[in-house]
Design a protein around this ligand. Structure first.
Ligand code: NAD
Length: 557
């Protein structure tokens, strides 16, 4: 197929679709894989807003503009195994000489010199077409729809249940804001963990999308109905999820007035971006859009004030007994800037629930079937269930996921695995391709939110034992290790889930095409990548990580 036919079939803006099946369009699976995953990121089933090339997380884009998408496609169609494509903030900028074991695509998104790393400066560059916001997996082409965050969210809610509710969330009410690309995982994760769920989003379209993909059970525009249905479900211990179309601050105010204290309280509105994300209190969506273009400064001031008010209610509910935590959107920081001086009085979810997993090298391991055939994913599920009989938690997750998750775009799976487990799983998946048990290659990647790939003092590295929260060598070393190990594409981003100025992080994706070359790359990358997490946490003095380091030979002699 020539280039223009390919564009007509798979990338006629805004109708993007990844090719499926076993026939190659590019010269090898090493370039077909990033090509399919870029298009998959932009597929309307996967992306929140393909017309703007926005995948998730407020404004997180897969490419700079339509012209850049087409140029990336053209280059990937023509690239051979002795060259690598350089992509800068979603725009292809050059090709360098490399070799078959090297990454085929090297990506850097939204990076700024620290003194200039502010939303103001970034937005100016963006207006002039010089940058895009890459979020984490949007600009690095390994977003897999809401499932991507589902297991992490599930792990967090289960950990909260274990820490505070004797491991049982039945009859517990979980309240949160934001049901977008990532936040939309919350209702399903909560009900899978056994809780009753009430989620609030100003945008009815976002809740409708969750209904269509079966992530949420019910939608209403009436506070009274949402309140009554969720209280009745809580009473009966039913794991039901309700989405209310409203402002989250207003809803928390009403819950307080009605004396309803959620057992668990968090938030995933796009608070990390006070201009293009969070909707200020008192504005309709249309009014917000108008103010954003007419007076971005006024918009920002109103958004910061609204976040301060919103967090004020969260603090009040916390005082009344709600287990309250920040869910990785930097809400506390912007509420602080909006005038809520006690915003940091509730913890972030990483120190509260996730860090012990990071100390075992555990993180959001994920894979996608390039064939497009759901059966390929079910085959990988069975293989992992057989290969890890001792991992009951993982087995339960995979069985539940098979029953409850509707695929979006290319079929995929996520499953948190640790050091040792990831390498074993990757090699097994490669063997499945080699033996023809699955029809086409698999790509294996992860979120940038992982144990050794991110520096983010208000999220992944909040409250590190040795005070090294803002030290950002780790994502850089992770990037270099994955380049050296032979990942198929790698990325280095700034901003991510917490916004410009607040984090730096690295991504990687590695291809399992059944070849011996792939097995060698998988073995190196899937050892090195979580090993960096063990190194990072050992260096900060966490005993569990030090012990894992000894077991797996990660320790420096
Ligand atoms: P998104 O932009 O797709 O969705 C955000 C939602 O918040 C939208 O549906 C929007 O309508 C809603 N919203 C905005 N203001 C609101 C208000 N005042 N009241 C009610 N609803 C409001 O973003 P997303 O992909 O769902 O990500 C949500 C946030 O979580 C982002 O800040 C993102 O950076 C962060 N994030 C967290 C993690 C994590 O692991 N915890 C991972 C990725 C992203």
């Amino acid at each position: 197929m020539n280039f223009s036919d390919f564009i007509k079939k798979y990338a006629a803006h805004p109708h993007y679709k990844a090719p499926t099946g076993t026939a190659l369009h590019a010269k090898s699976w090493q370039t077909e894989a990033p090509l399919r995953m870029l298009l998959n990121n932009l597929d309307a089933q996967v992306a929140e807003n393909p017309a703007e090339l926005v995948v998730y997380g407020g404004t997180g884009q897969a490419a700079r503009n339509v012209d850049a998408v087409e140029k990336i496609i053209k280059n990937l169609l023509e690239l051979d195994e002795d060259h690598s494509l350089l992509v800068q903030s979603g725009k292809p900028v050059g090709i360098v000489r490399s070799h078959p074991m090297a990454p085929r695509v090297l990506i850097a998104n939204s990076n700024l010199v620290p003194q200039w790393a502010t939303w103001d400066h970034f937005n100016k560059l963006k207006e002039n077409g010089l940058m895009m916001y890459g979020q984490m997996t949007a600009g690095s082409w390994i977003y897999i729809g809401t499932q991507g965050i589902l297991q992490g969210t599930y792990e967090t809610f289960v950990a909260c249940g274990e820490k505070y509710f004797n491991g049982d969330l039945r009859g517990k009410l979980l309240v949160t804001g934001g049901l977008g690309g990532m936040g939309g995982a919350q209702p399903l994760a909560a009900t899978m963990a056994g809780a009753t769920f009430l989620g609030v989003d100003v945008d009815p379209e976002r809740i409708k999308k969750r209904l269509e993909t079966r992530y949420i059970d019910k939608m209403t525009t009436s506070y009274e109905e949402a309140r009554d249905v969720s209280l009745a479900a809580k009473e009966k211990g039913e794991a039901v999820s309700i989405g209310l179309v409203a402002d989250i601050g207003d809803t928390l105010e009403k819950l307080l007035a009605d004396g309803i204290i959620p057992d668990i309280l968090t938030d995933q509105t796009s608070a990390h971006d006070p201009i293009n994300g969070y909707i200020p209190n008192g504005l309709t969506l249309a009014e917000a859009a108008e103010l954003r273009t007419k007076s971005p400064k006024e918009y920002e001031t109103r958004a910061l004030k609204s976040m301060a008010r919103h967090v004020g209610f969260m603090l009040e509910l916390q005082k009344h007994g709600s287990r309250t935590f920040d869910y990785g959107n930097n809400l506390r920081e912007f509420a602080r800037q909006g005038g809520e001086i006690n915003a940091f009085d509730f913890p972030g979810f990483v120190p509260e629930y996730i860090r012990p997993l990071f100390c075992e090298g555990k993180g959001p391991f994920r894979w996608a079937a390039l064939s497009g055939d759901p059966e390929d994913i079910y085959t990988t599920d069975h293989t992992l269930i057989e290969a890890f009989p001792e991992n009951k938690h993982m087995i339960r997750w995979l069985q539940e996921a098979q029953k409850k998750i509707a695929f979006q775009g290319l079929p995929c799976r996520i499953c948190w695995l640790g050091l040792g487990e990831r390498e074993k799983a990757g090699l097994l998946l490669n063997d499945l391709v080699k033996s023809g048990k699955i029809k086409a290659p698999i790509v294996i990647g992860r979120d940038h939110l992982d144990c050794g790939s991110v520096a983010s003092p208000n999220r992944e590295t909040e409250g590190m034992r040795d005070g090294s929260d803002a030290v950002s060598y780790w994502p850089l070393l992770n990037l270099m290790a994955n380049a050296g190990g032979g990942a198929t594409w790698i990325s280095f981003h700034h901003g991510g889930g917490v916004g410009i100025g607040y984090s730096q992080h690295a991504g990687m994706v590695v291809l399992a095409d059944g070849s011996d070359r792939a097995a060698r790359c998988l073995s190196r990358v899937l050892y090195n990548d979580p090993a960096l997490g063990i190194m990072r946490h050992s260096d900060a003095g966490y005993e569990k990580a030090l012990k894992m380091g000894e077991t797996f030979g990660v320790k420096i002699k």
